[in-house]
Design a protein. Structure first.
Length: 159
């Protein structure tokens, strides 16, 4: 069972938010909270509140909806920072000119999941799905056209 929490229109660059989110991906919730508590980035406080909100969502479903959720066994399955709308601004520049710049906004999503028996490695990181690269058959090499090389050009020019 997954438990989500979203924070939208946060005034921080998604690139800066991803730096903090990479620290907590795949970790247990308590370990992620401690990591965020001692991270010196401004966005870490916002991500901490978001993580607490996702934990409260799990707690609500545990208490009110009678789902059997072990809160001590939750881990951060995924943490994403996406682009939001950009605010276009103008800064005064020398000699009456104006420079445009953009203030970036991000939407952050945190997904928690209960760690089962076979969903994690011994290192604490969740297992990655195997990527299928296509069919296992090998294609035969394509035959080259006759006279397509340099020798073919010389013969054609000599005639």
């Amino acid at each position: 069972m997954e438990f989500r929490a979203e924070m939208r229109y946060l005034r921080v660059s998604p690139q800066k938010a991803r730096l903090v989110l990479e620290l907590i991906k795949g970790r247990k919730v308590e370990e992620a909270r401690n990591t965020l508590l001692f991270t010196k980035k401004r966005v870490a406080a916002h991500v901490g509140k978001l993580l607490q909100s996702a934990l409260d969502n799990a707690n609500f479903l545990n208490a009110e909806k009678n789902l059997d959720v072990d809160l001590d066994n939750l881990y951060v399955k995924n943490a994403i920072a996406n682009d939001g709308p950009r605010m276009k601004r103008i800064r005064p520049a020398p000699q009456g000119r104006a420079f445009r710049y953009q203030r970036r906004i991000s939407h952050i999503t945190v997904i928690l999941e209960e760690r089962g028996n076979g969903t994690a490695h011994a290192s604490g990181q969740p297992r990655r799905a195997a990527v299928n690269t296509g069919s296992t058959k090998r294609r035969a090499p394509v035959a080259k056209k006759a006279g397509a090389g340099k020798a073919g050009k010389k013969k054609a020019a000599a005639k």
